[in-house]
Design a protein around this ligand. Structure first.
Ligand code: ADP
Ligand code: MG
Length: 466
């Protein structure tokens, strides 16, 4: 197969010291070639080096630390051998999922998430039953260590994921507490999207002769089409609605610099008939999860967020990014627009430029080399007043993993009870307590009615459209 590998002079997964079972699993997951950060860090990490790796969001950092930690792990020994620290609960959940996928080829591998939202007692019970890998937030992991629930004497690999974000969130002392209590003989892998001074300091404290892998921020310029629209300040929010109705992207992430701006924009978009939700720190965890699920399954067109709220989230398939406010930091700008135009798809990046934003955009253009096309808002044809309606609707069904619900059961009921075809069903997301089902908008109401009257896995269910 190697000759079909397009990464000419570089190596492929098959050149790495991975088991045949892992290679087959990667192939099933359609990980055909390494991402640049994986190509740069995997050979070093698999050889046992400590690592400082920096690359942008969405570049495949999770697999870059997961493959090495799995490679060192002895599944027959039921003890915590690897630990991943993440800044937030949802990042920890995402990492856990990715580890589980990558570990499918290892029998009985146990991965546990240690974050708020579930009681310490429940988590302590799971720890007592034995786990190989823990993923969690520094605060919660520290709690378990202090109480003696989490023992780390068998730990071989410590991963600090999104280390810059953890520092931003004030986790330095918690990380230090945890790292100091890990066995000295261990491998430490530090992953970060940016490289502020705090990271170097952290690395000096807790890594041993680390190898540094940095990938310059580079987006394939051709895949992201950048356009600047000149606006007056008082038309900024209306301009977002106008752009959306003109370009009509399936999914858009709109960045604001403040939470207040997020709220204001949400109101304007809703008035314009655009399905939008916002992600901010004031939401409860369950609400955040719901927002992300609805956005990812195409039942919401626009997600409005600040940089802090959107950092690190793996939201695939964005058709557009809108800089509602231009950020003062060129590096953040590059991060923002890198959310679109992923993989082989093209993406739009729009920036709204008021009189006070010109200097910021000039600084950004300097950093990125190119100068984006500048347009006048008035160039857009008279507003297309058709509302922007997402193709799917999310149905919330009570009952989830705790009730042994699997996506297959739900698909069975949708086909059987509600008579839906595969094309009318989108993503089915099963969480601990709930199941979120994306169905085509046109059949949503009928599906709720039929499922309420019928059964899923032999039981009646409570279900409603979000
Ligand atoms: P990061 O942590 O750098 O933000 P992730 O690890 O979350 O990025 O990966 C982003 C997405 O890319 C995930 O959906 C992941 O499954 C996918 N991915 C990672 N590595 C590969 C690969 N080699 N080939 C194809 N997809 C990959
Ligand atoms: Mg990540």
């Amino acid at each position: 197969m190697k000759e079909t590998d397009t990464q000419a002079a570089s190596i492929s997964f098959a050149d790495l010291p991975l088991t045949p079972a892992m290679l087959a699993n990667l192939d099933q997951l359609e990980y055909r070639s390494m991402t640049p950060i994986q190509a740069a860090s995997l050979p070093l990490a698999l050889a046992g080096h400590d690592l400082i790796a920096q690359a942008k969001t969405g570049s495949g950092k999770t697999a870059a630390f997961t493959l090495p930690l799995l490679a060192r792990l002895d599944p027959s020994r039921l003890a915590v051998q690897a630990m991943v620290l993440c800044p937030t609960r949802e990042l920890a959940d995402q990492v856990t999922q990715e580890i589980r996928r990558l570990a499918r080829c290892i029998d009985n591998l146990r991965v546990l998430t240690l974050v708020g939202g579930s009681t310490l007692r429940n988590q302590a019970n799971s720890l007592e039953n034995g786990v190989h890998v823990v993923v969690g937030t520094p605060g919660r992991i520290m709690d378990h260590m202090e109480r003696g629930y989490l023992k780390l004497d068998a730990l071989q690999t410590l991963v600090l994921d999104e280390a810059d974000r953890m520092l931003d969130m004030g986790f330095h002392d918690d990380i230090a507490y945890v790292a100091k209590r890990c066995p000295a003989q261990r491998q430490t892998l530090l992953f970060s999207a940016t490289y502020p001074e705090g990271i170097a300091q952290l690395a000096r404290q807790f890594l041993r002769q680390p190898q540094e892998v940095k990938l310059a921020e580079q987006h394939a310029a051709s895949k992201i089409r950048q356009r600047v629209y000149e606006i007056a300040n008082d038309e900024r929010l209306e301009a977002v609605a106008k752009l959306l109705k003109h370009y009509r992207p399936l999914s858009t992430l709109a960045f604001c610099n403040t939470k207040q701006q997020c709220r204001d924009l949400l109101n304007v978009l809703r008035h314009a008939g655009i399905h939008a939700l916002t992600l901010n720190g004031d939401l409860e965890q369950r609400e955040r999860d719901q927002v992300l699920i609805q956005f990812a399954n195409n039942s919401v067109s626009v997600l409005v967020a600040t940089d802090v709220a959107a950092r690190g989230l793996d939201i695939a398939d964005l058709e557009a990014v809108i800089n509602v406010d231009v950020t003062p930091d060129p590096e953040i700008h590059v991060h923002r627009i890198g959310r679109t135009g992923r993989a082989d798809r093209e993406g739009w990046a729009f920036s709204l430029c008021g009189p006070g934003d010109k200097r910021r955009l000039a600084a950004i253009a300097e950093l990125g080399g190119g100068t984006p096309e500048v347009h006048k808002l008035a160039e857009l044809p008279a507003a297309d007043e058709a509302p922007l309606v997402p193709p799917m609707v999310t149905l919330l069904m009570l009952g989830g993993r705790k009730d042994k619900i699997r996506p297959g059961d739900v698909m069975g009921a949708l086909a059987g009870e509600a008579g839906l075809s595969r094309e009318q069903v989108g993503k089915i997301t099963v969480t601990d307590q709930n199941t979120y089902i994306a169905v085509a908008r046109s059949v949503a109401r009928d599906t709720v009615r039929k499922l309420t009257a019928g059964k899923v896995k032999g039981k009646t269910v409570k279900i409603r459209a979000l």
